[in-house]
Design a protein around this ligand. Structure first.
Ligand code: APR
Length: 260
């Protein structure tokens, strides 16, 4: 994207943020690629290396063998690496500090919004969080680090309390999304005046309904994404640039106008 075009669009988004009373930020895997976590559908992304059909809850529960393969994908796929927030995360955390952020709705399971400083109660994780592992029998929860340590010894970890099956606290295909999180996210999407999508292909539902709910409720829509999405034609502002660069420039512009 031409720098002059980017600067012009950055100014428009900064203006929308300044006049908004409640901003909802919606993030996808593209928001974390600059933290070294691969996304799913870009060239070289996770679904170009692994088959999504292998990662259903049915397959995970069906046998130790499929569980071993899925744990291997999570480790090799790069979804469990101890990543750091990038500029885009810090920009979204700054939005909260400025009192502009209603909430963050994220499809990501990497905990990076919280790590960057967003209040956990303002982060709605539609697809769960990879920092925890849950027992499918007794519901006990364990930190992922403890389980990774056991995984390295080539064993598939079972619950140390009841020997039940342990599953990462992320939503697998075929699994229901956390209902309260989904209804809270839907409520916020329907009650904001600016909805900013960052780093999502907007092809997975029900998450991808959120920007639609916001538009239906009269909110302005901003999309910051490197490739086209099905909602592009409905965007008030569309920025095809890297999330970190765009969001850092946007918040720089907002800060300069707030302090002026
Ligand atoms: N800046 C801006 N956009 C980026 C960047 C970046 N640095 N890196 C990648 N992108 C864009 C890609 O062009 C792509 O359109 O981010 C988008 C990421 O799309 P997906 O890989 O489909 O990720 P996401 O939309 O989060 O997928 C939704 O699908 O497989 C499931 O559960 C998984 O939560 C995931 C869901």
């Amino acid at each position: 994207m031409e720098t002059k075009d980017l600067d012009y669009l950055v100014g428009k988004v900064a203006g929308l943020i300044l006049e908004a009373s409640k901003v909802v930020v919606f993030t996808g895997a593209g928001h974390s690629t600059e933290s070294g976590i691969p996304d799913f559908r870009s060239p070289g992304g996770i679904w170009s290396r692994f088959d999504p059909d292998d990662f259903t809850i049915q397959k995970f529960m069906s046998s130790r063998e499929t569980r071993k393969m899925q744990w291997q994908m999570l480790v090799e796929g790069g979804l469990l690496k101890n990543a750091e927030p990038n500029q885009a995360h810090y920009a979204v955390a700054e939005l909260e500090k400025l009192g502009k952020l209603g909430c963050v709705i994220t499809q990501n399971i990497d905990n990076l919004h919280q790590k960057a400083g967003n209040s956990p109660e303002r982060v709605f994780e539609l697809h769960g969080n990879m920092k925890r592992v849950r027992c499918m029998s007794c519901d006990a929860c364990f930190p992922m680090e403890d389980i990774l340590h056991r995984l390295r010894k080539e064993e598939i970890p079972d619950c140390q309390f009841c020997n039940g099956i342990l599953k990462p606290d992320a939503v697998f295909f075929g699994e229901a999304l956390p209902q309260k999180t989904l209804s809270d996210a839907t409520h916020h999407s329907r009650n904001c005046d600016l909805f900013i999508v960052i780093g999502s292909s907007l092809v997975v539902y029900p998450a991808a309904y959120m920007p639609m709910y916001a538009k239906e409720a009269g909110a302005k829509l901003v999309i910051i994404n490197l490739s086209p999405t099905p909602m592009d034609s409905q965007a008030t502002v569309l920025i095809a640039a890297k999330a970190g660069e765009a969001m850092a420039k946007i918040m720089e512009r907002v800060r300069s106008q707030v302090s002026a």
